[in-house]
Design a protein around this ligand. Sequence first.
Ligand code: NAP
Length: 475
Amino acid sequence: MSPTGFSACFMCVRVVKNKMHSLWIALSYTIPTILFIVGAMRLKSPKSARTGMWWIAIGMIIAVGATMALHPNIPWAPTVAVMGVGAGLGILVAKRVKMTAMPQMVAIFNGMGGGAAALVALATLQRSVPLSVFANLIATITLVIGSVSFTGSTIAFLKLQEWLRGPRLGRTVGSAITGCGLLAILVMGFLNIVGRQAPGLGAWIMIVAALEGVMLVLPIGGADMPVVISMLNALTGLAAAATGFLISNNVLIVAGALVGASGTILTQQMSRAMNRSIANILFGSFTQTSGGLGTPGEDGGVMIEASHEDVAMLLMYSRSVIVVPGFGLAASRAQQEVRQLMEKLLAHQVGVRFAIHPVAGRMPGHMNVLLAEANIPYDRLFEMDAINQEFKDADVALVIGANDVTNPAAKNEPTSPLFGMPVLNVDQAKKVIVLKRGKNPGFAGVENPLYTRQNTSMLFGDAKDSLAKLIQAIE
Ligand code: NAP
């Protein structure tokens, strides 16, 4: 072969090789993207959610593997070792966590994502290669969002775990500090972008943004924390998507956008269910966490106590019972007992339905997951809007460890901090039975006038224990 023929052939091989390489990159990132989207769609129903998580996990493994394969300069041994430690810790924590502690687990995992995005942005800013103005802008935004998300989520974790109680800074002092921090970030961010990576500025932006995260979440009360976590989750998604742009990784852009969009929708849905705006949650005053607030009972303030035998008799002679589960059901892990009670009542031709409030428990879908765990059929579960009209025809509303989501003050007491939050019309049932341990208020720290109404009786005790005694009495 002539030298020209040989070099043409060589060029040909190189073009084919490059094309194959691009195809391989496209494929190795397209497959995880599809798996993420299909997996996320499967999370819509409890039936398919478990496999949905597997699809997403497999997508993530392929994405990580492909990234390692496509970047031979990544040192294998330390990367695999670090990933192994992280994955091992993740599995351990996820296996041990109680359903009631799920929000704080989400918070801390979310914080890790935000922190990782911030570190990638900082490393990008500190590279010796100058960045374009656009890349500089993206890196600065990622640095700010990731840092806020990291410290905000950490504070949320500490507060939910009850390892930290927010010092009550006056609103003006808090707002002044946050305002100064924001101004400092804007000035430093601007300098960083126009000055094209002034040395050390990135680290300062990171520190101030991290302080902003602390200041943002510290004054927020426990009842609002799930909404805050969801909002921080959306922020982390955005930071991850921006990181994807920085390091030209399409799969990170898609995964970040998915997290960002779903976190935003979830935040909106939760705040709508609580009838609060995001601004009100972040800067408002619905932060009471322990008793005292609210209205005294309309019927004289006296709670009527019932015995297990009375309640068992009442249930057996009812036609229609609506069970209202809440956080206390999750706390006492009484889902199996609830199913047994349902079966006993159904065997006596008593109709049993479950009314699910969108923010019952400590995270969206908390009650659905709990009841599904006990194999309670989905067709017995009714969302608030579907069942609220039915309470007036129900013989008994059996409230198990739910409080705020049943509080009638939210409907008719304009001075109540809960006023305006849509609640279940439990008070309209012919008889209301409330299972709770004592006279403590719910998560919002607001008294519940439902308990002192004439048609309400209290069955005090741990929900699991009370339900077991009820089943025994029915037998
Ligand atoms: P809740 O208002 O927190 O009331 C739970 C009740 O369960 C308490 O009154 C408690 O009273 C009782 N309880 C606790 N442990 C118990 C046990 N072992 N056995 C029996 N009873 C027990 O719960 P909720 O009605 O489900 O309302 C949820 C709250 O969380 C709302 O304020 C909501 O806004 C907030 N939130 C939820 C979400 C979400 O996504 N789900 C998001 C944001 C905010 P005792 O201590 O007297 O037993």
